[in-house]
Design a protein around this ligand. Structure first.
Ligand SMILES: NC(=O)c1ccc[n+]([C@@H]2O[C@H](COP(=O)([O-])OP(=O)(O)OC[C@H]3O[C@@H](n4cnc5c(N)ncnc54)[C@H](O)[C@@H]3O)[C@@H](O)[C@H]2O)c1
Length: 328
């Protein structure tokens, strides 16, 4: 298959590209490198440095490469930034996705897997969360992702698009060559590892009085390689629409458990700074992943804390400056 991957210079997209190529598929990356790294794009892939907000450039790229399907990872991803700058989030995530869908329509490409998020649920009433739970996002990031899901459903009805909207929970881990290098880094596991290395003074731990066994918030983590494999499984099954699908493991680990596992994996203490809860952070988010198992035959096999943290730590040790000054 020839697959066009938006955001293929970012954390998850670059690893999905590597997996696709390893399986014998072809990959074309669209990424304006705003928050990605050219060095993260596998040299076997074609890189088109295009901003999704540039409708004509996106259209030209789709027509030039005529992919069989699209994996759509590109987007703005930081919740606090979305609260401060909502326009940016609707522009990049909603406007950029609209341009992509229109370009797909013009190039007669009808299959797409979209990177959505558990943030579409807001504060869930019941756990684990099923896909038919109410979607009430509490910030512009989640709202922008939900809007794209709604666009996909409308394009399915009107034009016969076939799509999967993957609602990721927390993604972690690395491949041998590719890992997580965000600026700023807000995700728990790399943040804890950066604190261990002394690259930041301490890990900020938000909330110790949640109604959870150890008082810290519980999240559902999935290894980025398991996540990438779910995308390939979806591509193989998009002869019909799959709709929204949660990608998590239902297991769930507390912040405290993650910190303990980081200390175990690195053999070093994590300096921690205790902070109050952040507005909008629910005590626990856990995915009901039955739909992913049924529709994709997907069974995450690497999503234990030692495997996720171990792979992230090995990658950081191997590339202490991340992608730094690396070139493609
Ligand atoms: N990492 C997670 O835990 C997580 C959880 C839930 C959802 N997601 C979603 O998964 C996707 C990938 O996440 P990630 O962690 O790899 O993010 P990332 O920031 O590492 O990658 C996003 C990529 O998109 C590119 N991009 C952004 N705006 C663009 C534009 N206008 N035109 C072209 N390219 C553009 C960036 O340059 C970057 O390379 C995102 O859509 C995110 O919302 C991630």
């Amino acid at each position: 298959m020839r697959v066009l991957v938006t955001g293929g210079a970012g954390y998850i997209g670059s690893i999905a590209v590597e997996r696709l190529l390893d399986r014998g598929h072809q990959a074309v990356v669209i990424d304006d490198l705003w928050r990605g790294h050219a060095a993260a794009v596998d040299p076997r892939a074609v890189l088109e440095a295009v901003d999704l907000r540039d409708r004509s450039a996106v259209s030209v790229a789709l027509k030039r490469h005529r992919p069989d399907a699209v994996l759509h990872f590109a987007g703005a991803t930081l919740v606090p930034e979305s609260v401060r700058e909502p326009g940016l989030y609707f522009d990049v995530n909603v406007g950029g996705s609209l341009n992509l869908l229109e370009a797909m329509r013009a190039a007669e490409v009808e299959r797409i897997v979209f990177s959505s998020t558990a943030a579409v649920y807001g504060a869930p009433e019941t756990l684990p969360i099923r896909e038919d739970a109410p979607t009430r996002p509490v910030n512009p990031y989640g709202q922008s992702k939900l809007a794209v899901e709604q666009m996909l459903a409308a394009y399915e009805t009107a034009y016969g698009f076939r799509y999967a909207a993957f609602r990721y929970f927390n993604v972690a881990g690395a491949s041998e060559r590719l890992g997580e290098d965000h600026d700023p880094e807000t995700h728990l596991i790399p943040s804890a590892l950066l604190a261990v290395r002394g690259d930041r003074p301490a890990l900020d731990l938000y909330g110790t009085d949640y109604p959870t066994p150890d008082g810290t918030a519980i999240r559902d983590y999935v290894h980025v390689l398991d996540l990438a494999d779910a995308h390939i499984a979806a591509l193989e099954r998009l002869d019909r629409s799959l709709g929204p699908i949660n990608l998590g493991t239902t297991a769930g680990f507390s912040v405290r458990q993650v910190v303990d596992a980081v200390e175990e994996a690195t053999g070093r203490p994590v300096p921690v700074r205790l902070r109050p809860r952040r507005a909008g952070d629910p005590p626990a988010l856990l995915a009901d992943s039955a739909r992913a198992r049924e529709l994709l035959d997907w069974e995450p096999s690497r999503s234990s804390l030692p495997e996720m943290i171990g792979s992230a730590w090995r990658w950081m040790e191997r590339f202490p400056r991340g992608y730094g000054a690396a070139t493609r």
